[in-house]
Design a binder for this molecule. Sequence first.
Ligand code: S3P
Length: 176
Amino acid sequence: MKSSIALIGFMGVGKTAVAQVLAMRLCKTFVELDGLIELKAGKSIPEIFQEDGEVAFRELEIEAVKEIAGNKNLVIACGGGVVLNKINIDRLKQEAVIVWLTASPGVIMKRTSQDGEGRPVLWGIRTVSDIQSLLSFRKPFYERAADIKIDASRLGVDAVAEQIIVKLREYEGFSK
Ligand code: S3P
């Protein structure tokens, strides 16, 4: 039986906020993967990208996943690109049910543009169709990794958490 949950999905779909609520409601421990990476690196995600490059960031991401993946009773908010390395998903799946949050490109555009410059992958991205292209590239990775899928475009954080709880009840192999 699995006792942890890992939230995956594109930037701006609400993984971190939903994971916090979910962890409270299920009495599990909230972990933000990006936060862990920043702690270990001693610098912010934008600084890692700028000073060391994306490849170095992905290596740190692999290390962070490795460190927490076997732990029980976590709700993990993953970075949007965690699915790009299959080893991450293989490791997460040992103990976590993988929940994929989706949102439309328009919603993603709106949410990420409000968040400023904290997302290096979106630095050159200006239009909804740019977001759409990146989403299309990543979609098969999310699809392959996901055990449960939830469309978070029209729902608030609490409603998304509630839907996840409902689906987890139906999911065989997850123990509260
Ligand atoms: C990334 C998403 C970010 C962060 C990094 C790379 C990505 O996390 O891990 O900037 O490649 O999609 P969020 O999805 O929390 O923004």
